[in-house]
Design a binder for this molecule. Structure first.
Ligand SMILES: NC(=O)c1ccc[n+]([C@@H]2O[C@H](COP(=O)([O-])OP(=O)(O)OC[C@H]3O[C@@H](n4cnc5c(N)ncnc54)[C@H](O)[C@@H]3O)[C@@H](O)[C@H]2O)c1
Length: 397
């Protein structure tokens, strides 16, 4: 039976580990599919690949095993319970065989110092790095005789890539690669280029802007790859995209929308570095002004609070005016388990992009905007408009 590869960059991170445990648990009938949009009845007759079709592999820069990563999550948030890990441990061992040393290239200080026990490959040049990743992907394709491959970037958030002419077109990036111009590339750029080189679909689940520049997008398009991004919309931004349209639709004038986020896991630790944090803040910040107007006073803060672990907490304050300009306030607190919210989205995206590419529907998958904080080329941040676009696609399939 033909299989589809799901290649996770950052394969032993919190989200990837939860995807691996989750897919295995679902294939064994040990869990319900709660949280998967692709299990919505509208997708029933679309011919999406069954969850059991996916075979997993990936790149990782830290040593260890998937089971060890899962045990850390078990001890921390308890979101991966002991009995489930016992039931899927053989599958995790099998996936571990397909996890290769990741490459670290110009990823910024925070990521480079992530773990002293790193197994990262630090290539001499962008060309070497690209060759290494491409070889690993091709070996995975051959080994499992894959009918399709989806590469998902789930690695740590990189700092923004400084402006560089090389990012403006496929041609300029290719010539930067020929010259081995190091500053034009971060690790995520090389992962997306490798996806294009092997004809894989590519999903950027991170806010790292270096992955999907105009140049890499053009290269993916020319290689007939389906792609989408960026930055999974899983928690506070998800709530905002449902709530902000309500104020607009009821002609309530929002004056202030303040957002305060506290994260405690490895992602939070990386985001405690100002450069890396600025990528996330930029990605989270688009929505309020797009839906409610440029004049809303809106700031987003992200703090690292280690004891929270994966249970991210966000507090939002919305100050608005109603009839006769009377001032009122709404506040909400969101406490979500980050990886539990993100993993089903990754699985949904893998099914959707694999299906689209198998039908020859390549390039940007605009109907996937509901999954992202910064959906590429999709002007509307309102959740309902994004959901309608996805369902419309399902009806046309
Ligand atoms: N709800 C969510 O969890 C959520 C939502 C939106 C976006 N994201 C993004 O998804 C990514 C993963 O989140 P996470 O919570 O799993 O983080 P994590 O820190 O647990 O996992 C990231 C993994 O990537 C690895 N890594 C770093 N650089 C790499 C490289 N160059 N090659 C291969 N592996 C590399 C790290 O060692 C780590 O294991 C982050 O960028 C995060 O911002 C997460």
């Amino acid at each position: 039976m033909s299989k589809i590869g799901l290649w996770l960059v950052g394969a032993r991170g919190g989200v990837s580990t939860t995807v691996s445990v989750g897919l295995s648990a679902l294939a064994k009938g040990l869990s319900t599919a709660t949280g998967l949009i692709t299990e919505h009845p509208e997708f029933a007759n679309c011919g999406l690949p069954p969850l059991s079709d996916f075979v997993l592999g990936g790149h990782e820069i830290r040593r260890g095993s998937l089971l060890e990563s899962a045990r850390v999550i078990e001890a921390d948030s308890g979101s991966l319970p002991h009995h489930l890990l016992e039931a899927v441990r053989e599958d995790l061992d099998e996936i571990d065989q397909c996890i290769k040393p990741g490459i670290l290239f110009n990823s910024g200080e925070a990521i480079h110092s992530l773990d002293k026990d790193s197994m990262a490959v630090t290539p001499d040049s962008p060309q070497d790095a690209l060759r290494q990743i491409t070889t690993d992907l091709q070996e995975f394709q051959r080994q499992h005789q894959l009918s399709g491959l989806v590469v998902v970037n789930l690695s740590s958030t990189e700092p923004p890539l400084p402006p560089n002419l090389a990012h403006e077109s496929a041609e300029s990036l290719r010539s930067a690669l020929e010259r081995n111009e190091e500053s034009a590339f971060r690790s995520s750029t090389l992962y997306s280029l490798a996806a294009a080189a092997v004809g894989a679909s590519f999903v950027n689940f991170t806010p790292s802007t270096a992955a999907l520049t105009p140049a890499t997008r053009q290269i993916l398009q020319e290689a007939n790859c389906a792609y989408c991004g960026s930055d999974g919309k899983t928690g506070e931004t998800l709530v905002k995209s449902a709530l902000a349209p309500m104020f607009a639709q009821r002609a309530l004038k929002v004056m202030t929308w303040q957002s305060y986020n506290m994260l405690g896991d490895r992602d939070g630790e990386i985001l405690s570095h100002p450069e890396n944090r600025s990528s996330k803040i930029a990605s989270k910040g688009e929505l309020i002004h797009q839906i409610l107007g440029e004049d809303v006073h809106s700031e987003i803060r992200i703090d690292y609070v280690p004891s929270l672990g994966d249970n991210k907490t966000a507090w939002d304050l919305i100050h608005f005016r109603g009839f006769l300009d009377h001032r009122m306030t709404m506040q909400f607190t969101w406490q979500g388990c980050d990886a539990i919210l993100a993993a089903p989205l990754v699985i949904d995206l893998a099914r959707l992009v694999a299906h689209a590419q198998s039908r020859g529907e390549v390039g940007l998958q605009k109907h996937c905007s509901i999954f992202f904080k910064s959906p590429l080329d999709f002007a509307d941040h309102a959740l309902s408009a994004q959901f309608d676009a996805l369902i419309q696609k399902a009806r046309n399939w």
